[in-house]
Design a binder for this molecule. Structure first.
Ligand SMILES: Cc1cc2nc3c(=O)[nH]c(=O)nc-3n(C[C@H](O)[C@H](O)[C@H](O)COP(=O)(O)OP(=O)(O)OC[C@H]3O[C@@H](n4cnc5c(N)ncnc54)[C@H](O)[C@@H]3O)c2cc1C
Length: 381
């Protein structure tokens, strides 16, 4: 088993790290305050090839693997978790279904614009009444001539207001339950496609989570992904990869929490000596370091399996569950190590604490990850 990164993987990580330190450090602070979408930074990431990391060169992407992708998302998220999820939702949830499950015509039409960021992607599965229970879709798609007519509402869609392309799930046969769901590639400029609300959230303020509404949106028949009734499978396969992105985002937030704590614990003095000289603080730092490294290893394991074409359902759920909980713990301890100052906006750990929480919720809550993992381990026994 080789745990060394290849030269290409190291280069991708180092490029993302440099960009994040030079460009995203300030952006992370600013957009947390203003709630603005980091349009300029996202454009620059597109120019660097970071919006098409695993898209093959023939479609204008960087032609790298999922391990490189996870490393890139971690580096971005160390400085700005909002930008981390913007890139992850665009890549794993918006672009991958077209790359991995689309027809050659669909790939050739959409991926070149997505790989460069000319079009951002989003993924619209969640509805007001259908979150964890994603099969309870009410959005309807009805075939009318050569196009489907879509009506309905989606909640919490990351990149919703900025996206050019939406992977949209709708019922084509409501009497068939989850076998009646279909997936569509929808251009957000289509008449009737609207952003009706942007949520005011606890964290990741620069990544907009939108309510999208569809009123008689016409989608050409050729924009159906895979086939009628295959939408639930499309969603689950896509989330297998998406969870690698969120796990990597969590690793980034956990690492940022650890790095800030290491610095502060050696600078801050109490009782005439640095607080880092207390074993109680040292143990917190040790636990954070172990869990962030373990989270990264689980994440890269899931990414490597995806690169090998192996199933990664269990591994990506494990990585997302463990990394999210590690990030939440690390951010909580980081605030604790910073004492009263950690509870103020003067230190970034207050933001890490708010940003970490979402990794335990989206792309399947931690409870749902445990359901996925237990289903997998029980099946194999
Ligand atoms: C910031 C943000 C961004 C998001 N981005 C997107 C996006 O881009 N696209 C998209 O489609 N969705 C997105 N979502 C939606 C997200 O995936 C859902 O919010 C999440 O899956 C949970 O669904 P819910 O909010 O309806 O909670 P519910 O499903 O109502 O769950 C409520 C609670 O019940 C628990 N629960 C539910 N069922 C079970 C069970 N069987 N066993 C044990 N516990 C259970 C849950 O774990 C949770 O703790 C986003 C959400 C947020 C907040």
């Amino acid at each position: 088993m080789d745990l060394e990164l290849t030269e290409a993987q190291r280069a991708a990580r180092d490029t993302a790290r440099r960009f994040a330190r030079e460009r995203l450090e300030r952006v992370g602070v600013e957009i947390d305050r203003t709630h603005e979408f980091p349009a300029k930074a996202v454009r620059e990431l597109g120019e660097l090839g970071m919006l098409g990391v695993f898209i093959p060169e023939q479609y204008g992407g960087a032609g790298l693997d999922n391990v490189s992708y996870a490393l890139v998302i971690e580096e971005i998220s160390v400085e700005c978790a909002s930008t981390g999820v913007i890139v992850s939702a665009h890549s794993s949830l918006g672009s991958w279904p077209i790359l991995g499950l689309g027809t050659e015509d669909q790939r050739a039409h959409y991926l070149p614009k997505m790989a460069t960021g000319q079009w951002l992607g989003c993924f619209a599965l969640t509805e007001p009444q259908a979150g964890s229970d994603a099969a309870g879709q009410k959005t309807r798609a009805v075939l009318d001539g050569d196009s489907y007519v879509i009506n309905g509402t989606k909640n919490f869609i990351t990149n919703g207001p900025e996206a050019g392309v939406c992977i949209l799930f709708a019922m084509t046969a409501p009497d068939k339950g989850h076998h009646g769901i279909s997936a569509f590639i929808v251009e957000t400029s289509s008449p009737g496609f609207q952003t009706t609300r942007i949520e005011d959230k606890m964290g990741i303020h620069g990544a907009h989570s939108a309510q999208l509404s569809f009123s008689d949106v016409r989608v050409p028949r050729e924009n159906l992904l895979v086939g009628e009734g295959e939408g639930f499978k499309v969603a689950m396969k896509t989330l297998d990869g998406g969870r690698i992105g969120i796990a990597a985002q969590a690793v980034g937030i956990g690492r940022a929490s650890l790095e800030a704590s290491l610095k502060y614990a050696q600078e801050r003095e109490a009782f005439g000596r640095p607080i880092a000289s207390n074993q109680a603080i040292q143990w917190k730092l040790a636990d954070m370091a172990v869990e962030v490294d373990a989270a990264r290893l689980l994440t890269l394991q899931a990414a490597a399996r995806k690169d090998q074409g192996l199933s990664c359902t269990k591994q990506s759920a494990m990585a997302k569950l463990f990394a999210a909980e590690a990030a939440m713990k690390a951010a909580t301890e980081a605030v604790q190590i910073h004492g009263g100052y950690g509870y103020t906006k003067e230190f970034k750990v207050e933001r890490y604490f708010r940003d970490a929480k979402i990794t335990e919720i989206y792309e399947g809550t931690s409870e749902i990850q445990r359901l996925v993992i237990s289903g997998q381990v029980l099946r194999n026994n």
